[in-house]
Design a protein around this ligand. Structure first.
Ligand code: XMP
Length: 512
């Protein structure tokens, strides 16, 4: 797959994801990384441009996020665009001055006077309406920079070569009336070509895999694909089925950690992907036995991986396959710390396993919303492309701080079903990216029917996100909270329900 042309460095602004989405709407793919992960990424990638996002920080605060060490801000290697904090950081590091003048704080709509002879403001109105949110501002430009827009103070800057640019307002929000045009101008300036064409991507993936498979010896051309019924593996199966044909063998594992009705959904979804060869392995007993008393989240994931790998190795041998293919996404790789030297957050069950055969991850450069788009383009059913994600280790990760027993798994399975049914009934599914119901290893006292009960607690967590790299906690209304609490505490052992709205970061989506 082609290299990603735009690197977006996320300094924590709530609009960073919107920059990525706007670029995609303009036909260009991008990767969004926190500053700490940029050095590792730059070791193996050369973008055409880097965009530095906004932030709540002031460059003068202790602990303010820094420029990644290897990022070239001279504009020699790639074009640079700083947005809000991004512009202040660039100006500050390049020898300019950033201050907090009372006269130039903007929160909300503002009118900016632009220099329309500059390529960033080509075809933009001389007085354009923007949306700004900043206390700090650049009061003195770095050497060799000029102001290219004003709104009381400096609203945009550019170096003399038009390679390093900064804008104080937010081009990505719709309240900046000509923001999309400004971003398009930046794409044109940095010579970024349109590379977000779902059909082209599908063909690239097919050709890439077919090419590798055809190079293998004739008797070793079978490909094992792990499917879960989720959007990633179903989409990948649908992409590969028409080109690999009978060489594609799909394997699903019933780990015992599946949600209510999930096996049926899996069969329906794989059928819609036109898979001919599907094997379902019942390994419930083995998984529960192996994970059983493990409390530590990472240890649980490690044991899950071992069992998962063992089963797939059996299948590889059985079919004399030459390859294993998985629907691993960019996010899984980044979060598993495999994108370079980044800190490992969680061991994803399907990343970094070493197999005796070649393992292929054709979706490794894509984000969830991009895979959903591929599924839509291939006319897979809505149930596939709108499906909420669910982790490979399943309900095992939702029994937290207490042993994974069949009884505990069954309890979260029922609770998960109740919550999802309530969301469905209230038409809330669309608003929420994922809902998690977890059994917490906290026993506490309650009263039921005038009797003291010493029982379990459940946590309910819903998040909204575009790419799961960051997420906002979803706030249910009082009536939904009441409905969920009442439904969950009907279980004889549940006496308390906690609602968790912690954003990611610092929390992650799942509890483990
Ligand atoms: P976190 O908890 O890391 O989750 O914020 C981000 C998204 O990834 C899902 N997830 C997994 N998916 N295997 C998967 O296939 C895993 O090991 C795994 N761990 C987390 C999680 O449910 C969320 O959608």
């Amino acid at each position: 797959m082609d290299n990603i042309q735009i690197l977006i460095i996320d300094y924590g602004s709530q609009y960073t994801l919107v920059i990525g989405r706007t670029l995609r709407e303009l036909g260009v793919r991008s990767v969004i990384l926190p500053p700490k992960k940029v050095d590792a990424w730059l070791k193996i990638n050369t973008p055409k441009a880097a965009i530095l996002s906004g932030s709540n920080w002031s460059v003068h605060n202790d602990g303010a996020p820094e420029l990644p060490k290897s990022l070239d801000i001279t504009g020699k290697k790639y074009f640079i665009l700083g947005v809000c904090y991004g512009m202040q950081l660039l100006a500050y590091k390049l020898g300019g001055k950033v201050e907090r003048p009372l006269s130039h704080r903007e929160y909300g709509p503002a009118i900016v006077n632009t220099n329309t002879t500059h390529p960033l403001f080509k075809n933009i109105k001389e007085k354009t309406e923007v949306w700004a949110s900043h206390g700090d501002t650049v009061t003195k430009l770095p050497k060799n920079f000029v102001s290219i827009a004003t709104s009381g103070g400096i609203a945009a800057m550019s170096d003399k070569n038009n390679h390093v640019l900064g804008i104080q307002f937010h081009p990505e929000v719709t309240d900046t009336k000509e923001g999309k045009k400004i971003l398009q101008n930046f794409l044109t300036l940095s010579d970024c070509k349109k590379d977000w064409n779902p059909m082209d991507l599908i063909h690239q993936i097919q050709n890439e895999v077919l090419d590798i498979v055809n190079k293998q010896k004739k008797d070793k051309q079978k490909v094992i694909l792990g499917v879960s019924g989720g959007v990633d593996s179903t989409t990948l199966a649908a992409i590969l089925a028409p080109v690999l044909k009978e060489k594609l063998i799909c394997v699903a594992i019933d780990t015992g950690g599946l949600r209510a009705g999930e096996l049926v959904e899996l069969k329906t979804n794989t059928r819609s992907a036109k898979i001919k060869n599907l094997t379902i392995i019942d390994a419930e007993t083995e998984f529960i036995k192996n994970i059983g008393t493990t409390i530590d989240g990472e240890e649980k994931r490690a044991k899950f991986r071992t069992e998962y790998k063992r089963i797939f190795e059996e299948q590889i041998k059985k079919h004399n396959a030459g390859f294993i293919v998985q629907g691993t996404l960019a996010t899984d790789i980044i979060e598993s710390g495999k994108a370079g030297e980044s800190a490992m957050i969680k061991t994803h069950h399907n990343v970094g396993l070493s197999w005796e055969v070649d393992d292929l991850h054709p979706l490794r450069n894509l984000f969830k919303y991009e895979v959903r788009e591929l599924a839509r383009v291939m006319k897979l059913p809505k149930a596939v492309y709108e499906r909420n994600p669910f982790p490979g280790p399943g309900l095992f990760l939702r029994v937290v701080g207490t042993p994974v027993t069949e009884e505990n798994i069954q309890l979260v399975r029922e609770a998960d079903k109740s919550v999802r049914d309530i969301l469905k009934k209230n038409n809330l599914e669309k608003e929420i990216s994922q809902v998690i119901v977890a059994l917490l290893g906290i026993n506490s006292v309650g009263v039921k029917g005038d009797e003291r009960v010493y029982g379990h607690s459940l946590a309910v967590r819903a998040v909204q996100t575009v790419d799961f790299m960051t997420a906002k906690g979803y706030y249910f209304s009082q009536s939904i909270i009441d409905e969920i609490t009442s439904a969950l505490t009907k279980h004889k052992d549940i006496v308390r329900v906690f609602f968790d709205m912690t954003p990611k970061p610092p929390a992650t989506t799942e509890f483990e």
